[in-house]
Design a protein around this ligand. Sequence first.
Ligand SMILES: *Cc1c(COP(=O)(O)O)cnc(C)c1O
Length: 371
Amino acid sequence: MSMEPMDLRSDTLSRPDPAMLHAMANADHGDDRYGESTATTELEEHCAALFGKESGLFMPSATMSNQVALKVLATRGGDVLCEAGHHLDEFAAAAAADLAGVTVNAVTSADGFLRPEAAALPTTGLVWVENTITARGGRIHPLPLLTALKEWTGRRGIPVYLDGARIMHAVAATGVAPAAWGATSDAMALCFAKGLGAPFGSVLLGTADFIRVARRYRRWYGGALHRSGPAAAAALWALRHNSTRLAEDHANAALFAAMLAESPHVEVTRPDTNIVHVDVSRLHLSPAEFVVRAAEAGVRVLAGRRGEIRAVFGGGTSRRQAIRAAERLIAVAGRIGPARTLTLGGVPWWDRIGPSYPVTVSAQAQSRTWR
Ligand SMILES: *Cc1c(COP(=O)(O)O)cnc(C)c1O
């Protein structure tokens, strides 16, 4: 077996292909601070139309989109209600406290789907959802639940923000159009640097008034770019050409998970999209130790905080590599794990690992193009 190393730590690790580089090379070099970057304006208008929002604003990162959104939507001294483990909670809560003067009120539900009727406080000034949910293995927050959430908050005058860094994965997996997801929030952002494969960038979307104020904070935070054309062109190219390809990443993730589910030494959760969580706690070693063994076997993965490791499938990983990675990790687990006989007898893994919540998967998902 060749030892070609495979990097499944994240879907931010692919390289731009020649067509994306070509789009970047042919982009304008107008100064966006004077509103003169045609590629940037085109990207903003394209995304706003796609998600049914009035306006868009190109941002250097989804992290900054989220912080700017907090600044515009949240009330200083109020709290932001979200599910525990969301990117905001795990990586950006200190920034939210310092920059926007809010506290993140994180609640944990069994399935990862926020239900505000059980958790909202009198001080709740903003409801925050994430889709897909990274810490839950790329789980799709189902549209009917988001619609119900929007109705609940709408009646109380509380805005809803959607951290849609990987929202195009939900689109690709369900076939539900971007605008339907967009309608469940007052404002939202997506990230172009994950599975979509652009070098960096995000777009913040909302009403024209929201974007007008967001533009001011983008400048405060140092996110107003000058000649942003090439970056915007890469993002637009990624959205137009890589959105349907995400379904291939989902298929690779599912195959990888199905193979690992045949190992008696690990527990695998059926992935909705491109992130696979493999629970290694049965092996009686920490996820960090498993990560070291996996790297020695030529597969780079990340340790999670709940006894699991994660493997993420993006544009840089082929089906053949997904299979090879699963084989290597099965071998690693087998070497560590106590010898036990397989009693699975060819039962399809889908029958053994039931979905824990309803997700509608459309047959059209793989054939639709979102342009
Ligand atoms: C990656 C990610 C972000 C941050 O995006 P960057 O562009 O890397 O700053 C925010 N939210 C979620 C859910 C993400 O997955």
